[in-house]
Design a protein around this ligand. Sequence first.
Ligand code: PGA
Length: 253
Amino acid sequence: MRKKIAAGNWKMNKTFEEGQILLSEVVNMVKDEVTNPNVQVIVCVPAPYLSSFGKMIDTPKVALGAQNCYPKASGAYTGEVSVPMLKSVGVSYIIIGHSERRQYFNESDAFLAEKVDAILAEGLTPIFCCGETLEQRNEGIHFDFVCGQITNSLFHLSAEDLKKTVIAYEPIWAIGTGVTASNDQAQEMHKVLRDHLASKYGQEVADEISILYGGSVNGANAQELFACPDVDGGLVGGASLKSREFTNIAKSF
Ligand code: PGA
């Protein structure tokens, strides 16, 4: 069975102390309330907090995630953080290709392919984000565009490595806007993406990949979204900054 995932992307929010409070609340609530053994909760916290916050997590129900990485293992790359560094402080998931990084930091599909390789080489799990703009959806090119992002950054992988990746479909028009994709829109795209994976790797491999939905997921809409057959969980921004709401999302499978 595919793993069900509730991943919180804190983005550039919370001071160290605020983050400590939020994380300890999330860990305690998840320990007590998330009873489905197939659910993995992931908290992707700001990089400076990873080492310290990793030590606060005392349950396998919650995993530590990073929001970015650089594809080189070490060297003269001032300001960047490598995958071996993240691994050494207990990170097991790394978000890559978030639309904010693609947009503000000009990250290309080819650069993301390098990051995927660097993450898999260390035995960590990439959460690969993809998604279209509203203009692309209105033009009717959204399926081709998002499938193209996957082709360009993931299709060089072996089937074995592809199975170790998580995909997050995040329509850009739904991120931080309060406008969630409808259940039908999410399911439709997730099915297209799974069929796209199957076209190269076969149905059996495609059926093993967790595909998350992201974009204004909250405690009120998570249950319906996660009930869609090809939606395996959520990548949650704003609502992951509230412990009660994020835990409720993790209980929505
Ligand atoms: P949002 O962000 O839940 O605040 O829309 C989702 C994301 O960007 O991962």
